[in-house]
Design a protein around this ligand. Structure first.
Ligand SMILES: [Zn+2]
Length: 379
């Protein structure tokens, strides 16, 4: 944005904007150059843009069946990314942390000179206390009471490590850089092994008292339903998670050539009747749950992510019908449902945003010398 646009968006006066842009510029976070915006006749104004190399985060997503690690620069620019499938067998936190470091170190080492690593951001499929990165429970990973932040910090030799529930990071990313830009009331619904939601309420993340809000996957939708890994019965994710998808479609892990969802997509594209019926059934339950969320939160937008996004073309009709059936007409009329714009990268970008927010709030906390935070990670 130009300085005058920044002044308009923030309500700050021009001299304050000049000082702030100057401070961010001297910290290497922002560059100013001749841009394309033009107000009336005359020279185009100077435009301030984020410098991705000025602040780079090692972002990681710890999923049940995959792990992704990326280097993400300020502004959401992904320099490099690795995603690897992991065993479906429950894996120990120690193994996951070791794998994360194994994947992350080469990415850090490959950053060109002048790129400043500022920290690590991690998304976890579980109930995470943000304050200290303590994972209370991650039912689908089989974890409880894991001091994950300390473990990652020690393994990588990096001090700034921040983490959050993956759906909370998904909604943050879609709000800042994806389908929910300029929206103030937004819900992100992502299908993985379980289902997670993240909520932006009146422009701010809705986290609850300790950061545990949004566990809609463990709200009851079917009292006559199946046992859930959380210990309850009939939770939403028992009707819409990957296990339900496998059950309805008859595709077992043994049949899946690449992975369950890829196989379902392949069969849906081929028009396989049982697969289409299975995806429709998932869509119906997904829609009913979304209708509950629409009634509760009155969002402007619901963004669909995770494997629901991959299956969207086939899910959409039953999902919309279910949501419309459940939602009251007034909140339904003012809400739209849209696919994720960031797709599989949403959680990684959100994990980086978590760290950037801290940097932007206090640029003086940046490491003084480029690479000074890298420590033994680069060795
Ligand atoms: Zn549950």
């Amino acid at each position: 944005m130009s300085r005058s646009e920044l002044a308009r968006h923030t309500g700050l006066n021009r001299s304050t904007i000049r000082d702030l842009v100057g401070e961010l510029g001297s910290n290497g976070l922002v560059a100013e150059g001749r841009g394309t915006t033009r107000h009336g006749p005359g020279r185009p104004s100077s435009v301030a843009t984020p410098r991705p190399e000025g602040a780079v985060v090692l972002a990681a997503e710890l999923e049940v069946d995959s792990m992704a690690v990326a280097t993400v620069g300020l502004g959401g620019h992904i320099f490099d990314e690795i995603r690897v499938p992991t065993s479906q067998v429950s894996r120990s936190p120690e193994d996951m942390v070791s794998d994360l470091a194994h994947l992350g170190r080469p990415l850090i080492a490959s950053l060109p000179a002048g790129h400043r690593l500022v920290g690590v951001g991690v998304g976890v499929a579980g109930v995470v206390r943000r304050q200290d990165g303590f994972v209370h429970v991650a039912p689908n990973l089989g974890w409880s009471n894991v001091p994950l932040r300390g473990m990652i910090s020690e393994e990588l030799g990096l001090s700034r490590v921040m983490m959050a529930n993956e759906a909370d990071l998904g909604v943050l990313a879609e709000h800042r850089r994806g389908a929910g830009r300029n929206q103030r009331h937004l819900i992100y619904v992502a299908g993985e092994v379980g289902v997670g939601i993240g909520v932006i309420y009146d422009g701010k993340p809705m986290l609850g008292a300790a950061g545990y809000a949004g566990e809609a996957g463990h709200t009851m939708v079917n009292p006559a339903g199946r046992a859930c890994r959380c210990g309850s019965v009939g939770c939403w994710e028992t009707e819409v998670g990957e296990e339900a998808l496998a059950r309805h479609s008859g595709v077992s892990e043994g049949d899946a050539r690449e992975g369950l969802v890829d196989e379902i997509v392949r069969r849906a594209q081929a028009g396989d009747a049982r697969t289409l019926a299975a995806v429709g059934e998932i869509g119906r339950w997904l829609g009913l749950g979304i209708g509950n969320l629409i009634n509760t939160f009155n969002p402007e937008l619901v963004v669909i992510g995770g494997f629901f996004d991959q299956l969207y073309p086939w899910l959409e009709p039953a999902m919309n019908a279910g949501a419309q059936q459940m939602a009251l007409s007034a909140p339904w009329m003012t809400c739209s449902i849209r696919r994720s714009e960031l797709g599989a990268d949403a959680v990684l970008i959100g994990a980086a945003e978590l760290v950037f927010a801290e940097i932007i709030a206090d640029p003086s906390a940046l490491p003084a010398a480029v690479g000074s935070l890298v420590g033994r990670a680069a060795t």
